[in-house]
Design a protein around this ligand. Sequence first.
Ligand code: CA
Length: 470
Amino acid sequence: MGKTLTITLTLLVALCLDIDGYDKILSRSDAKASRCTYTFIVPQQKLTGALCVNTASTNQSEVLALRTELKQLQEQLEKLRGQIEQEGSLVMEVRALRKESNSMNSRITQLYAQLLSEVIAKRDQLFEQKRVEGLLLNATAQALQVSNNYRELEKKYGALTSMMSSMEKQCQCKNSPHSTPVISQPPTNSPKPNVHHNYSSEANDMANDVQRDQSLPAIQQQQENTVVLGSLPTTATAPPTEPPFISFPVTKMPGPWRDCKHALDSGESTSGIYLLRPLGTNRLFQGWCEQSRAQGGWTVIQRRQDGSVNFFRTWEQYKQGFGNLDGEYWLGLEHLYWLTKQGQYRLRVSLEDWQGRQVFAEYDSLHLEPETDWYRLRLGQYHGTAGDSLSWHNNKAFTTLDRDKDSYTGNCAHYQKGGWWYHMCAHSNLNGVWYRGGHYRSRYQDGVYWAEFHGGSYSLKRVSMMIKPM
Ligand SMILES: [Ca+2]
């Protein structure tokens, strides 16, 4: 009995050892070659009598139990195998995902590098723009310096001229004590306003007749005439040879502003020179802002006050502007075009006669057509105290001495000595010759006049044209 129990226990231990690790079983099942081996350790015993083995009930039940357990283990083994297969496919999926993630990462890195280079390029562009703006400001400062130098020279020249004229006077007095002073203008009939004259036969007579500073003494004017005449060609259509010159006194505030109303709305309430840049263009230019008269916010586009600037100029000069910003000047048709393109602007014309009487003419809208349409004038309704001398010029192209766009057979700019929106020819011309004293004597209607205010043969003392958005 004791021997039987020992054999059974040993068998159980061997079985248990053998099925403990299913890894081993798995490997064994995978490797069909290796088979399960069992070792029965039976202690050597000397048989001394009859051997009695009871295998009827106990062994059978144990074997059954073992078989059941083995079956369960096999089932578990199958389950584990299924799980391992599932895990294998999961591993493959994870690997694929990792690979995809890596490629996504590299794509993101590439895109980031691209974005970075674009940002750097944009920053470089910004730097370049700032550099160009800086250069422009430097150029403006240099122009200012040159302008100041020029003014100094002008002053010196003026002093020298007056010294020379006084010396000449003294010489004349010594040589001929009863001689009369030279008259700069021949006494001729002045045409009535609003009347169109046939100038064609007199075209050659005006060949050397250009604007001059009427504020200078007669002898000085004669000297200046001599200088100008010497430099002019002898044809009627010849432009003045002096180059356009705009001085640049100190700009009030940095800007640039869209117009003077923009500057006023931003708190710049003192009149002066401002840097302007209308919307839609890169053109930077300076203009005089009138910030006190008529509620301020006015961009001055033209001013006459002392005859210091010659307005008998070419198309290009009228296009780009000329004169002194703090004195007599013309802002320029191209600048006026861009300014009035920004919205609805009104025009105010201020006039003053030699008795100090001031009047004005306002037009509730103003804009110009582009240069391709010769800066044609588009004007709104008139109101004011001066009388309406500009509506007659509405829808007319601009004419200069070298570009005849008027309705007259000849060139009105030749006779009236300045560029204007001539018709046949004019009810007004604020760009004519600035004559001192009002009523002037000239062969042509070429003064600074506004026919509804003092007629065409009266040259006004002060005039200005300015614009403001509605
Ligand atoms: Ca014509």
